[in-house]
Design a protein. Structure first.
Length: 262
């Protein structure tokens, strides 16, 4: 059992239905996607940071899980600052690089926007077990069982792909063919892994079909997926964060609906 799977079964927050976590992250992200201003994103990020300590995640694990987000946010903001839409006073200009008042404003908004959208998604799904998510999607959202179970089986194969890659690397090294030509070695291993994956996928599909996974008859589930008070509270928190962020942007006059007329 992996660290993610073992952590997903502990703590009250981890026992919340994954569908509610998916819905809460969507409620937070939707208004931030529809606008590009720094006030709404900053307010949403501040509220999220105040709630992160209640997510039953240690700070060490939090930083290990979210460091790609903290790396991507400033890089995205830097790109917008250098190549974003020019407006207002131009501070610097060289070739295709043009730093202006408008591009810096967009850069700040983009920085907070990436953090406000990505961080809660990572935190909410750290404690999600793939099987629990599949149960919730099929039983709560009533998605087709064949689609859900097929996606779950594919997700479970990711760990095997990593093991196969390591085994192929060790086998080629033992045969003395892994000492030179990194690009050629990578392409050869990738093709071998592709062939192995196709064979394993065909066998898995045949086995699942033989066990009745493709039957049109409504199936039963080993574990019931419950959606109760804790789930509705989490959805309400997500909606509240979005509402406060949007209200703050409107009152500050920075609301910038990106789908509106230019």
């Amino acid at each position: 059992m992996t660290l993610l799977e073992s952590h997903a079964r502990t703590g009250s927050f981890a026992r919340i239905n994954p569908v509610a976590k998916l819905g809460a992250s969507a409620l937070i992200a939707l208004p931030l996607i529809l606008t590009l201003d720094w006030v709404s994103a900053a307010v949403a990020l501040g509220l999220e940071c105040a709630l992160f300590p209640f997510a039953s995640i240690g700070w060490r694990e939090f930083w290990l899980r979210t460091w790609p987000v903290w790396l991507a946010a400033p890089l995205t903001g830097l790109t917008i600052a250098l190549y974003g839409e020019t407006s207002g006073h131009v501070y610097a200009e060289w070739f295709v690089v043009r730093i202006s008042e408008g591009s810096l404003t967009l850069a700040v908004a983009t920085f907070f926007r990436v953090l406000a959208i990505a961080l809660p998604s990572v935190v909410l799904f750290v404690t999600v077990d793939p099987t629990d998510l599949a149960d919730g999607l099929a039983q709560v959202l009533k998605l087709p069982a064949r689609f859900v179970l097929g996606a779950l089986a594919g997700l479970r194969m990711v760990g095997l792909f990593l093991d196969d890659w390591r085994a192929l690397e060790l086998a080629r090294r033992a045969r003395g063919v892994a000492d030179r030509g990194r690009i050629r070695r990578f392409l050869g291993m990738a093709f071998a892994l592709l062939v192995l994956s196709i064979r394993r996928g065909s066998k898995l599909a045949t086995a699942m079909e033989a066990r009745g996974f493709g039957s049109p008859v409504p199936r039963t589930w080993a574990r019931a997926s419950h959606f109760g008070g804790r789930e509705w509270v989490l959805l309400a928190i997500g909606a509240a964060i979005s509402g406060v962020a949007v209200t703050a942007a409107v009152l500050a006059g920075t609301w910038n609906f990106i789908l509106g007329p230019s």
